[in-house]
Design a protein. Structure first.
Length: 300
C-alpha cells in the first residue's frame, strides 16, 4: 500500500490552525480565505485517514492524531525552509577580499576556504596575508573581511579565539643557551615583535636581532635550523619547532585575541564567508581546548 505524501503547503495550514486554534486566525496569518484553509485541512485528513482537530462551535483543539503529527510537521517545514534557503545561497555570486595573518593564511584559513567554496562555487575569494595591525582601518577600501590579532581583551570586532604567544626554536639545537640570544622576528608593526623585545628587555636578557623578514616561512625556517629563536602562536606551532618556556630562561609572553572585522556595507557573499570563518575558527578553538583537556587527563 502506497503511503501518503505530506505536502508542505498542507502542513503549513495545519500548523497555523494548531498554533492559533482557529481557522479564521490561521487564514488571516496565511493570507488565505477560511474556506481555502478548511479545504487544505480536509485534504490532509483524507490523505492520512485521521481527523486532526476536534471541532466545536467554541473551540478548535488538536485530536490525538493531530498532537502526534504536530512535531513532525514543524520539523518537515523547518527542513524544507533550510533546504530552499541553502539552494538559494548556492546561487550567490560575488568577490570577497579577505585580509589575514600569515600563519592563519597558511595553517587555518585554506581548509575553511576549500569547504566554503565547495558549497558556494559562484563566490570568489581574494586573500592577502601580512601584518594585520593596519588592515581593519582599510575595510571597505581594500578588504571586505579581516582576521586580525589584538592584545588580549583589547580588540574590537568579533572575538574568534584566544592565542598564547610562545617562544620557539629548533627541536635539535639549544639556541636558547646562547648569549646574547639570537632572535628572528617580523618587521616593526608586528605585535609579536614588540612583545618579544619588551619581554626580553624587562627580563634583562641580552639579545640580538639575528633575522628580520615579512615572510613567516623564512622566519620559521631560520628558527628551525637553529639560527635563532622566534615567537609563534601556540595554536599554529609548526611541528619542526620546539616550544621554550621560563625553564629555558625565556620570559612569558602575553596572549592575543583573534577577531573578525567586517566592512559596513558587506555583501551577501561576504556575510556568508564571515559566518563560515567565524564558525570554523571558533570550532577549532573548542577542539584545541578539548585536546588539551584530554592530554592533561592522560598526564595525571
Amino acid at each position: 500500500m502506497t503511503k501518503p505524501n505530506l505536502d508542505p503547503d498542507l502542513l503549513l495550514a495545519f500548523v497555523a490552525v494548531a498554533d492559533h486554534r482557529s481557522f479564521t486566525r490561521a487564514a488571516i496569518m496565511l493570507n488565505r480565505t477560511q474556506s481555502a484553509v478548511s479545504m487544505q485541512i480536509k485534504r490532509l485528513e483524507d490523505r492520512l485517514g485521521a481527523e486532526l482537530f476536534n471541532r466545536t462551535k467554541a473551540n478548535v483543539d488538536l485530536s490525538a492524531a493531530g498532537e502526534g503529527l504536530l512535531g513532525y510537521a514543524r520539523q518537515i517545514l523547518t527542513l524544507n525552509e533550510e533546504a530552499v534557503g541553502k539552494l538559494a545561497e548556492r546561487k550567490v555570486e560575488g568577490v570577497v577580499r579577505l585580509g589575514v595573518m600569515d600563519d592563519y593564511g597558511t595553517c587555518v584559513v585554506p581548509a575553511l576556504l576549500a569547504s566554503f567554496l565547495a558549497g558556494y562555487p559562484r563566490i570568489h575569494v581574494e586573500m592577502e596575508t601580512g601584518l594585520t595591525a593596519s588592515m581593519p582601518a582599510r575595510l571597505g577600501e581594500a578588504y571586505d573581511l579581516v582576521i586580525a590579532m589584538h592584545p588580549e581583551g583589547r580588540g574590537d570586532g568579533e572575538f574568534l579565539r584566544r592565542e598564547q604567544a610562545v617562544w620557539a626554536t629548533s627541536a635539535s639545537h639549544p639556541v636558547e643557551q646562547q648569549e646574547p640570544l639570537p632572535v628572528a622576528l617580523y618587521p616593526q608593526g608586528c605585535l609579536f615583535r614588540k612583545w618579544a623585545i619588551d619581554a626580553l628587555d624587562a627580563a634583562r636578557r641580552p639579545w640580538r636581532l639575528a633575522f628580520v623578514s615579512h615572510s613567516l616561512a623564512a622566519v620559521e625556517a631560520v628558527a628551525a635550523l637553529g639560527l635563532a629563536v622566534t615567537v609563534v602562536k601556540a595554536g599554529t606551532l609548526p611541528p619542526r619547532l620546539r616550544v621554550l618556556s621560563d625553564h629555558d630562561g625565556l620570559p612569558r609572553l602575553p596572549a592575543a585575541d583573534i577577531c573578525l572585522h567586517r566592512a559596513t556595507d558587506l555583501s551577501p557573499a561576504g556575510a556568508l564567508l564571515a559566518h563560515h570563518l567565524r564558525t570554523g575558527i571558533s570550532n577549532r578553538r573548542d577542539e584545541v581546548l578539548s585536546r588539551r583537556a584530554r592530554d592533561s587527563v592522560r598526564v595525571a
